[in-house]
Design a protein around this ligand. Structure first.
Ligand code: L34
Length: 294
């Protein structure tokens, strides 16, 4: 039976550390960090994630604001709000929750965010800095995975890491970060995607598998090698008869993989809560680099 990499537990530890930092800031008569989240439309998952982020802010002692727009919002309206947040001295960082409706050009929105307030680490300037191993905001999900590997002291040096999925917020940055000259990192990385034939040929040879494709129960126990580290980023809502009306299912077939893997993240309670904790960490960093250098 694999070791469970408990993202919920580690995320609570991180939030406690941040809370302690914020208490010291406030005791020093300074204002607490302020995160703003922009939510467009009525996507149930997005609403849940953003509400949880606002709750996290309260837990760590941050000020937070939630700005909601209907799904019919125009690009101009969104850009105007972003400009206002860029200029606001009271706002340390903000995020625009993805996905956005089709009439909005996602790249244009991300490009409009002041890189110093881009606590998602999505702006090309921050992505470029990350790729060059310069100090910057790391995107929250990859940052969360690195932190989980670090806290569980998972050896990554010289290991073969296979990533499934090349999205801009998970797969692509993860492939860069696992190969960087640092810990966690120093892995030999293979980035697989929808055009990779026979993905199992790759995953069977992997010491570390990171799945981010959004295909429920895709990775089966017979696709991994004995003792592999399995990180499940996928999180799909599947309708069921429960009170909530759905359950959350990862990309990893937990039942078959847990018998073979050396360590594995659960869904829920794995990478998801870590993503949110790292957003708090990035916001604290944005605060420290703005207020203290004023
Ligand atoms: N701008 N858009 C922007 N930044 C992000 O970092 C995200 N992401 C992804 C989607 N769009 C984004 C998130 O916040 C995915 N994501 C995210 C955040 C939190 C959780 C999952 C994904 C999370 O908290 N997951 C819980 C279950 C939550 C529930 O009940 O639905 C878990 O235990 O996995």
């Amino acid at each position: 039976m694999a070791q469970i990499l408990d993202g919920l537990k580690i995320s609570k530890e991180i939030k406690t550390e941040i809370r302690y930092d914020v208490e010291k800031i406030v005791e020093g008569k300074r204002r607490p960090p302020h995160l703003v989240a922009i939510l467009v439309g009525q996507n149930g998952a997005s609403i849940a994630y953003v509400n949880n982020k606002i709750k996290d802010c309260r837990e760590v002692g941050f000020k937070s604001s939630l700005v909601k727009f209907p799904s019919t919002v125009s690009e101009a309206e969104l850009l105007e709000k972003i400009n206002e947040l860029n200029l606001s001295k009271d706002v340390d960082g903000f995020i625009v929750q993805l996905p956005l409706p089709p009439q909005i050009d996602q790249e244009k929105i991300i490009m409009a965010i002041d890189p110093r307030k881009d606590v998602d680490g999505f702006h090309p300037e921050n992505f470029g800095k990350m790729a060059l191993e310069m100090d910057t905001f790391l995107p929250a999900t990859p940052f969360g995975i690195l932190t989980l590997l670090e806290r569980y002291q998972i050896d990554t040096k010289g290991k073969h890491c296979v990533i499934i999925g090349r999205s801009r917020i998970v797969g692509k940055p993860m492939s860069i970060l696992m190969g960087r000259k640092d810990f966690p990192g120093n892995s030999t990385v293979t980035l697989t995607h929808s055009y990779t034939p026979h993905i199992e040929e790759f995953t069977k040879n992997a010491d570390i598998v990171i799945t981010a494709l959004g295909d429920p129960n895709f990775l089966k126990g017979d696709m991994i090698k004995q003792g592999a580290i399995v990180i499940d980023v996928g999180i799909t809502r599947i309708e069921d008869q429960s009170d909530k009306g759905y359950k959350l299912v990862g990309d990893v077939d937990f039942e078959s993989c847990k018998e073979i893997a050396g360590a594995i993240t659960p869904v829920p309670g794995g990478v998801g809560p870590m993503t949110r904790a790292m957003l708090m960490k990035n916001t604290l960093l944005a605060y420290k680099t703005s207020v203290y250098n004023d």
